[in-house]
Design a protein. Structure first.
Length: 185
């Protein structure tokens, strides 16, 4: 592995992974190669890290993803159930206003270029779960960022390919820009 590649894998720096796990990316890759992790399914690698190296649960998942990406076993945004992307945007409106822009059909039509969608679950004003085209799924999470500021994070999962993931990342970035213009305009 090149020195430059070791600086950041799976979006996490060498410094962050070492601070939370005790090893750098290159050290983890050597450990996992020695264990023949390239022959293991994702779940078994994470269990190995947790049980044999006492890596905390979240970090065992991240080290596993990083290892799989570094070894070409997983592409960027790839998950076992397909590809997943996320996009977020902070807006100058209260969280209740932002949440309503998603749940009110007339308001949603002003910024989201989609005639209909199926909201299959919601926890006001925190999350909305949406069934999208085909087998894909969207989760919108809402956060208060001050008295008149809020943030939405959109996670689109179960996408069929990396190309579809990139397309949907651009789609959601554009949609959230329109939402910002509608609500703040």
């Amino acid at each position: 592995m090149k020195k430059q590649e070791a600086k950041k894998i799976a979006g996490i720096s060498d410094e962050a992974v070492k601070s939370k796990t005790g090893k750098t990316w290159s050290e983890w890759i050597k450990v996992l190669d020695k264990a023949k992790a390239y022959e293991m399914p994702h779940k078994d690698i994470a269990i190995y890290l947790s049980e044999k190296h006492q890596v905390p649960d979240w970090w065992s998942q991240m080290v596993t993803v990083g290892y799989e990406q570094a070894r070409g076993l997983r592409e960027k945004h790839e998950r076992p159930e397909g590809y997943q992307i996320s996009v977020s945007k902070t807006l100058g409106v209260p969280v209740a206003t932002l949440y309503a822009a998603w749940t009110d059909e007339a308001m949603r039509a002003r910024w989201l270029k989609r005639k209909s969608l199926a909201i299959r679950g919601a926890t006001p004003p925190k999350t909305i779960h949406i069934t999208w085209t085909g087998k894909s799924s969207v989760e919108a999470r809402f956060y208060t960022r001050g008295q008149a500021r809020s943030q939405v994070t959109v996670q689109h999962s179960k996408l069929a390919s990396a190309e579809e993931g990139e397309k949907m990342k651009a789609y959601w970035a554009s949609a959230l820009d329109r939402l910002k213009r509608v609500l703040e305009g």
